[in-house]
Write a protein that binds this ligand. Structure first.
Ligand code: AMP
Ligand code: ZN
Ligand code: FE
Ligand code: FE
Length: 272
């Protein structure tokens, strides 16, 4: 069993890379990729823990791109010492730090006062401060009744866009991954929430930029969506990948590691 989409404390996940590897072993996963948002910082410790546990580990990252809130590129099997990728991740962290200050002010304007120090603490001091960290603080203070409510009311509200951070274009994201020797994959296509024609147009454009794969198997994809995306992948000659997007039960209560439709495909689709 595999899981190629998992977050750790190096972005907005609940568990450290070592804990993730233990949980993966318990779940019967033998091939794991850690794909933190905009960060490679959890890969060395994840790899060391996976080697010790005797499971296969694939370097991963999930890069947020501009154009659609859910336009996320997964990158696999790259060299995390590649200098441009490493420097760009530092820049992503800096831009998130700037946004964090804006989020504090944004919440204040809406009458909610929280401190950035508290957000940092809940983020385990990670350089990648994500919206789920704010959601956890809002939940802790009883400002909202759930993580989902924190997003609906504040962090994914229509006017959040005006305080968003600059993000790379999808073309830049794909180049970044390829330049580091990696495989660029479109994450969770159904979350883009595009109409089929617009979605296929986007996929076609990404293929033109050098996209190699698509995350057809995903914990929130229905069996029909899995079949549909597999057919689109075949049409555009994309490899098919699968992952849960596990963040830990506190952050994404419905998503479990290794739990998504996994079925054998006619031909091997990914060969690391
Ligand atoms: P950020 O990278 O800071 O923009 O935050 C992205 C994280 O927030 C990802 O884990 C998303 O899955 C999560 N997220 C985005 N929108 C929502 C939403 N509407 N409800 C719950 N989680 C969300
Ligand atoms: Zn996340
Ligand atoms: Fe994502
Ligand atoms: Fe993710």
């Amino acid at each position: 069993m595999l899981d190629l989409h998992v977050h750790t404390t190096f972005s907005d996940g609940q568990y450290t890379p070592e804990e993730i590897v233990n949980l993966a072993v318990q779940a019967g996963i033998d091939t794991l990729s850690i794909t933190d948002h905009d960060s490679i910082a959890g890969l060395p410790s994840g790899k060391a823990a996976a080697d010790k546990a005797g499971i296969k580990f694939i370097n991963g990252i999930e890069i947020s791109c501009q154009g659609n809130r859910e336009l996320h590129l997964l990158g696999y099997n790259f060299d995390y010492n590649e200098p441009i990728l490493a420097a760009t991740c530092m820049e992503f962290a800096r831009l998130r730090e700037e946004r964090a200050h804006r989020i504090i002010d944004f919440l204040l304007e809406k009458g909610v006062k929280i401190s950035l120090d508290e957000v940092r603490e809940i983020a385990h001091g990670s350089a990648i401060i994500g919206r789920p960290h704010f959601a956890l603080v809002l939940l802790k203070h009883g400002c909202v009744a759930s993580i989902q409510e924190a997003f609906d009311k504040y962090l994914a509200a229509a006017d959040f866009d005006k305080i968003e951070r600059p993000k790379p274009t999808a073309e830049e994201g794909i180049s970044l991954i390829k330049n580091a020797g990696g495989i660029p994959v479109l994450a969770h296509p159904a979350l883009l929430k595009l109409k089929p024609e617009a979605e296929e147009e986007l996929i076609k454009r990404l293929v033109g930029f050098g996209l190699v794969g698509m995350e057809c198997f995903y914990s929130l994809h229905s069996p029909e969506q899995v079949d549909y995306y597999c057919s689109i992948a075949e049409k555009y000659n994309l490899i098919v990948t699968g992952g849960s997007d596990f963040h830990g039960e506190k952050i994404k209560p419905k998503i479990k590691m290794g739990v998504f439709l996994q079925k054998p495909l006619d031909k091997p689709q990914i060969n690391f």
